[in-house]
Design a protein around this ligand. Structure first.
Ligand SMILES: Nc1nc2c(ncn2[C@@H]2O[C@H](COP(=O)(O)OP(=O)(O)OP(=O)(O)O)[C@@H](O)[C@H]2O)c(=O)[nH]1
Ligand SMILES: [Mg+2]
Ligand SMILES: [Zn+2]
Length: 314
């Protein structure tokens, strides 16, 4: 991403609208409607800028613009634990959750990402990557069937490194006209997917075993890239992988709303405020016993509810 030259900087004298395309500590980068990219600092000491934000900038000192204000966000995807909140990106049309058999398949990560996105009202696409790998094939097949059939999620399967053309065809169709955030654990292939779709991005990718040995992700900053898919302006945001999708900010209703495979059985519970964990006369547990709900999904649900109850009692 090139910053602008001297000539264009004179244009900064006037206030202008732009979108935040990268943040790195207190250094931000914004791109205006004409596609020009500037470094920009937030006015004052605020550190509330997130990739995807629509902002108004003015010229500050030298060749750095000043972010004066942030437009109200349509949505903000974030994760959180007891102590802190980590914003991922804002104003999204789609959260694409990337998972693969290696370095490690973790269904709970995917399920949590789905809850986080749905809590913010953002659509989800599940991307099963590395279908060329033989490991855990059946487990992954069952997982995808469950997510599609029982949870109504849209799942696509691809091999970003081995079949870049097919990957591009599948994803261009799903990403056209949208601002899409790629999320997933480190090494799942997010940056490889980005490079398939936008070769100019030239994002760094790395053998995950190496990456994990070093104990850090290959991608270190969240960055938005613009593209044109199917004749429509589209954006892809690549983000650094992380291991745990903390959901300290969600409530029991958010969890249930994002889990239709459980929620469809709640009618008929004896108690109107049934948590579906241990109450008598619970129709969710009845459905579980009848084999209508996946044991793994139910165990996940119970753990989410337990964590929420634990936070409330603190
Ligand atoms: N076998 C196989 N390997 C893949 C595939 N896609 C990506 N990889 C490899 O997986 C490794 C990790 O890919 P990256 O794209 O760097 O993963 P990432 O999700 O961006 O990782 P972070 O930036 O650390 O979050 C690289 O060695 C890729 O070549 C695939 O479809 N099949
Ligand atoms: Mg990456
Ligand atoms: Zn119940």
């Amino acid at each position: 991403m090139a910053t602008t030259g001297k000539k264009e900087q004179s244009l900064l004298a006037e206030a202008f609208h732009a979108r935040v395309t990268r943040t790195h500590g207190r250094h931000h980068f914004v791109t205006d409607a004409a596609g020009r990219t500037f470094e920009a600092h937030r006015r004052g000491k605020k550190s509330d800028v997130v990739v995807g934000d629509q902002v108004v900038c003015t010229a500050a000192q030298g060749d750095v613009a000043a972010i004066e204000s942030i437009a109200p966000r349509r949505n903000l995807l974030y994760r959180s634990d007891e102590w802190r909140t980590k914003e991922l990106a804002s104003n999204l049309d789609l959260v694409a959750v990337v998972f693969a058999p290696r370095p490690a398949f973790n269904p709970w990560f995917v399920w949590k990402a789905v809850i986080a996105a749905k809590t913010e009202g953002i659509a989800v696409l599940l991307i099963r990557n590395k279908i060329d790998m033989p490991q855990d094939r059946e487990v992954m097949d069952d997982f995808c069937t469950l997510m599609h059939k029982e949870c109504g999620e849209h799942v696509v399967s691809l091999s970003a490194s081995e079949q870049p053309e097919e990957t591009r065809a599948i994803l261009e169709e799903n990403f056209a006209g949208k601002t899409v955030l790629l999320v997933g654990q480190s090494g799942m292939g997010k940056s490889t997917i980005l490079n398939d779709l936008i070769p100019e991005a030239n994002a760094r990718t790395r053998e995950y075993s190496q990456a994990l040995n070093l104990g850090k992700q290959t991608t270190t900053t969240t960055t938005l890239y613009e593209a044109c898919f199917a004749g429509q302006k589209s954006s892809i945001i690549d983000s650094p992988g992380f291991q745990e999708f903390g959901l300290a900010h969600v409530g029991a209703l958010d969890v249930l709303r994002a889990m239709p495979d459980i929620a469809r059985h709640v009618e008929g519970c004896r108690f109107y405020n049934c948590t579906h964990t241990n109450e008598p006369g619970c129709s969710v547990r009845k459905a579980l016993e009848a084999g209508l709900i996946s044991q793994a999904r139910y165990a996940f649900y119970v753990e989410m509810i337990r964590l929420i109850a634990e936070q409330k009692s603190c």
